[in-house]
Structure formats: C-alpha cells, structure tokens
Design a binder for this molecule. Structure first.
Ligand code: HEM
Length: 88
C-alpha cells in the first residue's frame, strides 16, 4: 500500500488552500489534510490557517507534541522541494 509519493513545489502547494482540497507542509513533508479537517481537535478553521503553506511554525506554536506524521501517514503527498522547476 502507499506509493505515489512525489515531490511538491511551493507553487503547487500554494494552490491547495480550500476546504475541498487542502494540503500543508510540516518539516519538509507535504500532507493532504482534506479528509482530516473534520477530525482536527482544534476545528477545521484552525487547521485551515496552515493550508497551502509551510505550516511548521504555526504547528509548533500550538502543539509541538502532536505526532502529525503518524496521524497523517496515509495523507502524505511527498517531500516539499524548492529545487525543482514549477509545472505549468
Ligand atoms: C489541537 C490548531 C495543525 C492535530 C489544536 C488546537 C488548536 C490547533 C488551536 C487546540 C484545540 C483545543 O484544545 O481546544 C492548529 C493549527 C494548525 C494545526 C493552527 C496548523 C498548522 C494540526 C495538524 C495536526 C493537528 C497538522 C495533526 C494531524 C491536533 C491534535 C490536537 C490539536 C491531535 C489535540 C492536541 C492536544 O489536546 O494535546 N490544534 N492545529 N493539528 N491539533 Fe491542531
């Protein structure tokens, strides 16, 4: 299971910023949080504050103890990569 892991550029990440299609990055890993939104203990609105961006600082400010990588294991899209050309 799993697979289809692929690198994501910041420009692509930034387009996934709606409640129907929300991605965020923490410590260089991009997650599709769309299906986690209703389950976030802090509410979907709080989680959406980090959508479409590198949310590492926001996340660490609120709850650095939360094991996001295990909670979002099935939501991993791939590594955030700054050194790739953006697709059109
Ligand atoms: C709780 C905000 C991302 C998992 C909370 C709470 C806030 C918050 C304000 C406190 C709710 C309360 O106690 O009433 C945010 C913001 C995020 C973010 C602004 C943007 C980056 C995430 C992510 C995950 C996550 C990515 C994991 C998938 C949790 C969990 C709690 C929580 C498990 C309960 C923590 C506890 O009570 O110890 N969040 N969150 N959050 N959030 Fe987030």
């Amino acid at each position: 299971v799993g697979g289809r892991i692929r690198p994501v550029t910041p420009a692509e990440l930034s387009t996934h910023n709606t409640t129907n299609d929300a991605w965020l990055a923490i410590r260089g890993r991009v997650y599709n949080i769309t299906h986690y939104l209703p389950y976030h203990p802090g509410g979907p609105e709080e989680l959406m504050r980090g959508a479409g961006m590198d949310a590492t600082q926001l996340f660490d400010k609120v709850h650095p103890w939360v094991n996001y990588d295990s909670l979002l294991a099935k939501c991993l899209v791939g590594p955030l990569r700054f050194d790739l050309p953006d697709a059109d």
